[in-house]
Write a protein that binds this ligand. Structure first.
Ligand code: PHE
Length: 469
């Protein structure tokens, strides 16, 4: 059989846009603000930033390095080294699958809210909360939006790496930043908005416990698209001239800015209107429309643009989630791109239907104490991603040759200030130990212990059957 040349990024900016597009998503705009709200504000942000820059950045660099070295997607990258490691890649593919079991549901909500902005959502601010509850609990409406969202997603991925993902990223990412800035300016001009700034930037350490650390670590991995082979896959499409450390730093910084901007867009206005920061997963859908409703005639337009931005950000992320699974099926199972895309999306759509229904008619159907939506969300965010990142660090630090890593990471040169050595020590010793401690402390203090133990068992079973995967 003729070996097809591997697709690669058309340009550097194409890669940055696509990788930042993967990182910036619902994680930044939907999840980061509500986690910040629920975990007490400033203190959570400080811990989150520490996780991002001490752990996330190093792992990002490690994923890009391993991906480009092997020129293979997650599973292949581990497997060519040793079959005992195949499981770590498969765990990533599984995480991608499971995130795609709820992510398109939330993507669908934001699509729906673009339309709802014009159809009365803002006319009764006091009813926005109830309307959101009724909407996501409805057995039909959110499903229609989820399907629509999924169709767009499939269309982009089916067109292939350079054409689909790159074009989408180039057009959509700058637009998102612009929109957030407009909303921030609007919010900061409201009277009373400064309380939101102190909530975000003045840490209250009394609210911190083991859970806060696990939530921040999980969020860092989720937001940066780490711990599941996504950046390994993207790195595998990077050409040899690109400087990996610069690329990693740019992507991490952009992602972090997006999260902080989302916080700045929501909290000052939220406090100005006297709303609750602890609203939970509905926060952006409940609070944002109320903010917009208070803006008079322009509110509708701002609201529509905001949810359009949210949907766009979500799309460039879910495209990458789908890509991890698709790349695996193409590289390892020799499927064509089209059959891989269509096959996996059907399964994902079924998971999404379960997730969506678990917020309404199927709310009584729980496994290990949680419904389908929480099952996929908590399992990936609270263990699979962090353990996935830990496995990658151990793999790179202990099973790959230091000189090979140096060669790949520095493009055959050196890094200033001993930065390579510092990175290597982080990957080999510090990060595995840190993640181990945070995971242990977090799991012992989390409410869903059964689910956590189940997750760990899944990983152990995958590891035991690694050679057969
Ligand atoms: N980083 C994305 C977000 O913040 C979600 C994601 C996780 C994408 C893992 C790819 C891999 O929304």
């Amino acid at each position: 059989m003729e070996q097809k040349e591997r697709e690669s990024w058309g340009s550097r900016i194409g890669f940055i846009m696509a990788a930042a597009g993967s990182a910036i998503g619902l994680g930044n705009i939907w999840r980061f603000p509500y986690l910040t709200g629920m975990n007490g504000g400033g203190a959570f942000i400080v811990i989150y930033l520490a996780c991002v820059f001490f752990i996330g950045l190093s792992i990002m660099l490690a994923e890009l390095t391993v991906g480009r070295r092997t020129h293979l997607a997650a599973v292949g990258a581990y497997k060519t080294n040793s079959k005992s490691w195949t499981f770590a890649g498969v765990l990533g593919v599984l995480s991608g699958f499971m995130i795609m079991g709820f992510y398109p549901v939330v993507g669908g909500w934001s699509m729906a809210y673009i339309v709802k902005s014009f159809t009365g959502l803002l006319s009764n601010p006091a009813a926005v909360g109830d309307a959101f509850g009724a909407f996501i609990g409805d057995p039909i409406q959110p499903l229609i939006w989820t399907v629509l969202y999924m169709l767009i997603n499939v269309y982009i991925v089916a067109r292939g790496v350079t054409k689909g993902i790159e074009t989408a990223g180039k057009i959509l990412m700058p637009m998102l930043f612009g929109l957030l800035i407009i909303i921030i300016i609007k919010g900061l001009t409201l009277p009373g908005s400064s309380a939101g700034l102190s909530f975000l930037f003045v840490p209250d350490w009394s609210v911190v416990n083991g859970n806060t650390f696990l939530a921040a670590l999980g969020q860092a991995f989720f937001s940066l698209s780490l711990g599941m082979g996504c950046m390994i896959t993207y790195g595998s499409y990077l050409n040899k001239q690109e400087k990996l450390p610069q690329n990693a730093l740019i992507v991490v910084t952009m992602d972090t800015c997006a999260a902080i901007l989302a916080g700045l867009a929501l909290f000052p206005a939220l406090f100005a209107f006297g709303l609750e920061p602890t609203a939970g997963p509905g926060l952006v859908f409940v609070v944002a429309p109320q903010i917009f409703a208070g803006m008079g005639g322009f509110g509708m337009i701002f609201s529509a643009f905001f949810f359009l931005a949210l949907m766009i950000a979500a799309l460039t992320s879910s495209v990458s989630l789908l890509e991890v699974v698709v790349a695996y099926l193409m590289d390892e199972r020799k499927l064509s791109r089209k059959s891989a895309v269509y096959g996996t999306s059907v399964v994902m759509l079924i998971l999404c239907v379960l997730s969506s229904l678990s917020l309404g008619v199927m709310s009584k159907a729980t496994v290990l104490g949680v419904g389908a939506f929480d099952f996929f969300d908590i399992l990936t965010d609270k263990i699979f991603l962090a353990i996935g990142g830990m496995l990658l660090a151990i793999f790179a630090g202990w099973f790959l040759k230091k000189e090979d890593l140096r060669d790949e990471l520095t493009n055959g040169g050196t890094l200033k200030f001993g930065l390579f050595e510092a990175w290597y020590i982080m990957i080999k010793y510090v990060i595995p130990v840190l993640i181990g401690i945070v995971a242990f402390v977090g799991i012992t203090s989390i409410a869903q212990k059964g689910l956590m133990i189940f997750g760990l068992l899944v990983i152990v079973v995958l590891a035991a059957f690694s050679k057969k995967l």
